[in-house]
Design a binder for this molecule. Structure first.
Ligand code: GLN
Length: 446
């Protein structure tokens, strides 16, 4: 059914880069056989899943939507992929994204842009745009995405589905092609909150192969979806509802807060005073880490190698010039500059200090509140082509998601209305490792 649906819809949506039809059918038959023989059903038994193309899958092409990796077939599975297999989900294929997860519209894919299922003229968001569009279009039951500055939450908002960025360290990054290692986190994109809890249940947990994996007990997320939010205290940052936020988005968020009141929660305006520095801080740190992480793509070890170089330096230069797209090059140059001697103190070190201030903003609010709520993005999805020439405007789409990433805390985007026929996302932010409260509130609301 999943492949049939893809056959009907993907010529226009273009969510997939690679399909895994033969292997998926084999895996499904194998699951069927196990069941016939009296085997137990796993947590995600038989559910068709799509995987963002920066998560490595053994023997299944993994390109990060980059020309550089257009021939790369990994020799191992990422930990999350192993865990999905253990839970008996079936991998349907690999999903389109912005190249190396750099972008917020899918227009930076080296292959083709994914389109928003609600309106094919609009972007699905990014960088996990393929992951969001495929769930919204009913091609897969759920998908995995990665979120560095908003890349799960923002496309979920634009496509009218649920996207969860877990606490940094809760889900293993082993086998996730690194963009900005101190921010990257894998999470589920699903049709509803209960599904999100199921997928998180399957993929969370300590992994010795990831040095930043947290040694924490994984709670029973599913069992805590009680529908009860009575007495929850919600803080609403005034910085997330001010200038630059579309009036219809603001109205939708206020209506959602009213619904929380009706359910017995309370809310008050709070302040995250360093929000105005978050985008600049993020782009310094993320680009710096990216410039270092992407040094491994040299034409020798992975992917495509340039033809006929005169010498080794020429091999690096040509392979990287041909392999990377313009946004990736922009970030590598920005990051290399920010890390170079003489500028390090002024940019990278300063940005690290501001990151701490941003995290402290959240700590202060969480002393008196259980959750923070605001919009996921300032506007609904924009038109394809509308912002491509203007990277700065593109960067500002992440103003509401980036602070959360810098603080390393969990947040979910759930649908909260429409503007001009396009979905709006509500962002529910929690304390570190308190996914249970985030999911419980989102579940009670939806
Ligand atoms: N849009 C942001 C960026 O371009 C976030 C990307 C992400 O979370 N991977 O960096």
């Amino acid at each position: 059914a999943s492949f049939q649906r893809i056959g009907q819809t993907d010529a226009s949506i273009q969510a997939f880069l690679t399909l895994n039809e033969e292997e998926a059918q084999k895996a499904a038959n194998e699951l069927d056989k196990q069941l016939q023989e009296g085997g137990e059903r796993g947590l995600l038994f038989g559910l068709p899943a799509g995987i963002k193309d920066n998560i490595v899958t053994e023997g299944l092409r993994t390109t990060c939507a980059s020309q550089f990796l257009s021939n790369y077939d990994p020799i191992y599975d990422a930990t999350v992929v192993k865990k999905l297999k253990a839970a008996q989900s079936v991998t349907i294929g690999k999903l389109n994204m912005d190249e190396f997860a750099m972008g917020g519209s899918n227009e930076n894919s080296s292959f083709y842009p994914t389109r928003n299922p609600w309106s094919l003229d609009h972007v699905p968001g990014g960088s996990s745009g393929g992951s969001a569009a495929s769930v919204a279009a009913g091609q897969v039951y759920f998908s995995l995405g990665s979120d560095t500055g908003g890349s799960i939450r923002q496309p979920a908002a634009y496509c009218g589905i649920v996207g969860l960025k877990p606490t940094y360290g809760l889900v293993s990054r082993f086998g996730l092609v690194a963009f900005a290692s101190s921010l990257d986190q894998i999470g589920p994109l699903t049709k509803n909150v209960e599904d999100s809890a199921y997928v998180l249940q399957a993929i969370a947990g300590y992994d010795a192969s990831d040095s930043t994996s947290a040694k924490v007990e994984v709670p029973d997320y599913i069992g805590q979806l009680s529908g009860d939010v009575k007495g929850l205290r919600i803080g609403v940052p005034k910085e997330y509802l001010g200038a630059g936020i579309d009036p219809q988005v603001r109205e939708a968020v206020l209506a959602a807060l009213k619904q929380f009141e009706d359910l017995g929660a309370t809310w008050e305006e709070v302040s995250l005073p360093h929000t105005e520095y978050a985008v600049a801080t993020y782009y310094l740190l993320a680009s710096s880490e990216a410039s270092s992480n992407l040094a491994r793509f040299d034409g020798v070890r992975y992917g495509v190698r340039a033809d006929n170089p005169d010498n080794l330096l020429e091999l690096y230069r040509k392979s990287r010039s041909q392999g990377f797209g313009p946004e990736v090059k922009r970030r590598i140059m920005l990051g290399t500059y920010a890390l170079s001697s003489g500028y390090y103190d002024a940019y990278y070190l300063k940005a690290q200090k501001v990151r701490t201030l941003i995290k402290q903003d959240f700590d202060n609010v969480f002393e008196s509140y259980d959750l923070i709520i605001g919009p996921t993005a300032p506007t609904p999805a924009f038109r394809i082509g509308e912002q491509v020439g203007d990277p700065l405007t593109m960067y500002l789409n992440d103003i509401c998601t980036i602070p959360v990433s810098l603080a390393g805390i969990p947040a979910i985007s759930v649908p909260c209305g429409f503007s001009g026929g396009l979905p709006i996302g509500l962002q529910i932010i929690g304390k570190a490792f308190d996914e249970s409260t985030v999911l419980r509130a989102a579940h009670a609301y939806e």
